[in-house]
Design a protein around this ligand. Structure first.
Ligand code: SF4
Length: 390
C-alpha cells in the first residue's frame, strides 16, 4: 500500500471520531454523517491551526449544514445534462467524465455531495457506455476527468482510462480535475507523473482555497506535475471565513504562481444544499478582483465566474471598468480610478459595420469634470465626461 492510500485509511470519518476530536454533539454528528460523510486525512488535518480556522471550516462538519435543506442537490443540473451514466455533456466540444466517487478529503462545501463517496452513484459499471458515448460524439475534443477525484484511482486503473481515451482520435485534450495536490499531495508520486506524461496533452486543474494550503508538500507535488509537462491551474471557491478577504486571495494567488500553478477560476460558491453558510455577496468577489487587477501581475488574476444555476455554465463577472461605450469610443477607468478613452477602429472597407450599442455609464464616484485622455494622443483633450452622451 502506498503512503497516500494509508493516509486515506487513517482519515477521521466516524461519528465517534467527530465527537471526540472536534467536540461535535453526538446527535448532530450522526445527522451530519447521514447527510454527507466526513473524511479528513491526517495530512490535511495537520494544517488546522485552531478550531474554526479556514482549514477547519473546509473539512470539519458543521451543524449549519443541516439548517440549509432547501437548496438544490444538483444546482448545476449536471444530472439533467447526462446522456449516459458518468458523462455530463454541457458545452459543445467538451465533456465531463466522472471516473470515481472517492476523494482524498470530503469538502464540506462540495457541490457534488449527492454522489461523492457513494460507489453506486459514480460506478465503474458506467465506464463502457461513457467510452462509447465519447467515441460516437466526434465534436468532443476535450474530456475532463472528474468524480470524486480521479487521482483516487490507482495508477494502473487511471492509465487504463487514459489509454482508452487516447485511442479516440478526436479527443485532443485530457484534463484532470484533482484536489489531491492540495489535500493529499503525497498522491503525486514520481511513478504517477511518469505515467501521466505518456498521454500528453494532459492538463490538471487543482483546488487551493487558502494560502495555508501551500506547504512544502503541496509545493513539491505541484512542481513535480509541472516538471512532467502538465500545466496546473487552480480553481478557488470564494467562501465566508475561508478566503473572503482581498489580502488572503492576493497572497494565495501570488504563492500559487511561485509553485508554478496558474490561477484559473475564482468561483462564487454554488447554491448547494448544506453550504449556505459559506456563501458571500457578489460585491465581496468584485472587491477582491478590484484589489488584484493592477495591484499584482495579471498572471495572478483568475477569471471570476458564477457557475450559473440551472446549468448555464460559467459566466464571467468583472468590476465595471467600462464607463461608456459607443461606435466612436470606449471610456474606461483603470485600477486607480483614472479615466481614459480609446477610439474605436473604423473599418473603411466595411462602413456598414453596425454601431455599437450605447451603454449606460456607471458612476465611479467621480464628478463630471474629469478630463478624458485619448490613448496615443496625450496632448489632445477630449470633452469632459459630462459632455459624453450616456
Ligand atoms: S474533492 Fe472535489 S468532489 Fe471531492 S468532496 Fe472536495 S469538492 Fe467535492
Amino acid at each position: 500500500m502506498e503512503l497516500w492510500q494509508q493516509m486515506i485509511r487513517d482519515s477521521v470519518h466516524s461519528v465517534d471520531q467527530l465527537v471526540e476530536k472536534f467536540g461535535l454533539d453526538r446527535k448532530v454528528a450522526e445527522d451530519l454523517d447521514e447527510f454527507f460523510q466526513a473524511r479528513i486525512n491526517p495530512y490535511y488535518m495537520s494544517l488546522i491551526r485552531y478550531p474554526g480556522d479556514p482549514i477547519w471550516l473546509q473539512c470539519v462538519p458543521h451543524k449549519a449544514e443541516l439548517e440549509d435543506m432547501d437548496a438544490e442537490e444538483d444546482p448545476l443540473m449536471e444530472d439533467a445534462m447526462s446522456p449516459v451514466p458518468n458523462i455530463t455533456h454541457r458545452y459543445p466540444d467538451r465533456a465531463l467524465f466522472l471516473v470515481t466517487s472517492q476523494c482524498g478529503l470530503y469538502c464540506r462545501f462540495c457541490t457534488r455531495k449527492r454522489k461523492v463517496g457513494d460507489y453506486e452513484k459514480i460506478s465503474m459499471k458506467g465506464l463502457e457506455s461513457a467510452f462509447n458515448y465519447l467515441e460516437e460524439h466526434k465534436e468532443i475534443r476535450d474530456v475532463i476527468l472528474s468524480g470524486g477525484d480521479p487521482l483516487m484511482l490507482t495508477d494502473t486503473m487511471l492509465e487504463k482510462i487514459l489509454k482508452r481515451l487516447r485511442e479516440i482520435p478526436h479527443i485532443e485534450i485530457i484534463r484532470i480535475g484533482s484536489k489531491m495536490p492540495c489535500v493529499l499531495p503525497q498522491r503525486i508520486t514520481q511513478s504517477l507523473c511518469n505515467m501521466l506524461k505518456k498521454y500528453h496533452p494532459i492538463y490538471l486543474n487543482t483546488h487551493f482555497n487558502h494560502p495555508w494550503e501551500i506547504t512544502p508538500e503541496s509545493s513539491k507535488a505541484c512542481e513535480m506535475l509541472a516538471d512532467a509537462g502538465i500545466p496546473v491551474g487552480n480553481q478557488m471557491v470564494l467562501m465566508k471565513g475561508v478566503n473572503d478577504d482581498p489580502a488572503v486571495v492576493k497572497e494565495l494567488m501570488q504563492k500559487l504562481l511561485r509553485i508554478r500553478v496558474r490561477p484559473y477560476y475564482m468561483y462564487m460558491a454554488d447554491e448547494t444544499k448544506g453550504a449556505n453558510h459559506f456563501r458571500t455577496s457578489i460585491e465581496t468577489g468584485l472587491n477582491i478582483v478590484e484589489n488584484l487587477r493592477g495591484h499584482t501581475s495579471g498572471l495572478a488574476i483568475p477569471h471570476f465566474v458564477i457557475d450559473a444555476p440551472g446549468g448555464g455554465g460559467k459566466i464571467p463577472i468583472l468590476p465595471n471598468y467600462v464607463l461608456h461605450y459607443d461606435e466612436d469610443r470606449i471610456i474606461l477607468r483603470n485600477y486607480e480610478n483614472k479615466i481614459y478613452a480609446y477610439r474605436n477602429y473604423k473599418d473603411k472597407n466595411n462602413p456598414a459595420r453596425p454601431a455599437a450599442k450605447k451603454e449606460k455609464a456607471v458612476s465611479n464616484g467621480r464628478n463630471g469634470k474629469s478630463k478624458v485622455k485619448v490613448l496615443g494622443e496625450d496632448k489632445i483633450e477630449l470633452p469632459v465626461l459630462e459632455e459624453v452622451e450616456v
